[in-house]
Design a protein. Sequence first.
Length: 231
Amino acid sequence: MPNRIIKESICTSEDINSLSPEAETLFYRLIVKADDFGCYYGNIKIVKSTCYPLKADAIKDKQIADWLNELVKAGLIYLYTADDGKQYIKLVKWEKHQQKRATKPKFPLPKSLDINCNQLQANVPVFEISNSNRDKIYENDIYICADEPRTPTPIKKFTPPTLDEVKAYCQERNNSVDPEKWYDFYESKGWMIGKNKMKDWKAAVRTWERGCDSKPQKSKYRDMTNYQPGE
């Protein structure tokens, strides 16, 4: 991001003077965040997290909305919805004060850049805190619903197979595993593999085929030839 210009005349600007200290600070932070066309995200949560990365936990969304609305009222910014359905901020008179080096904007441009301050104050939407699931945070074209609860991925519960299922699977694979010995072994272990609960009994059968199941190898029934249930 190139350096931005803040002119000395800002000290005597009536528009800037009408702002609260907090809104004025936000305005300066938006200047360094906007792209070369004076545009930036209009999502309140993104503005808060990117303009105040070290204070995001201490600042409420409503405060950001209030400060942004001060900037709208002062005719310094306006909010618009682009063709992608997302909301963005446009800093007014950007082209007059800043140098444009990029040839393409980072954010979609408003349909009209020629809007006067009176129109801004009368017609431009204000910033509101949304309680619906439409309030989304957009980062790199990926969005996270800010108010939408995230459902944890359910953990699939392991269900031990029946002996008939083990027999059928061994027959299907045409392996040399004795299904009854395999079944009795893991039944006696509580369907544990080492210290962990078995997750996939078919994978355990395939491991047994290769003769590399950790538990049988460490036991005296390494090849399970002489294994007797209950020993």
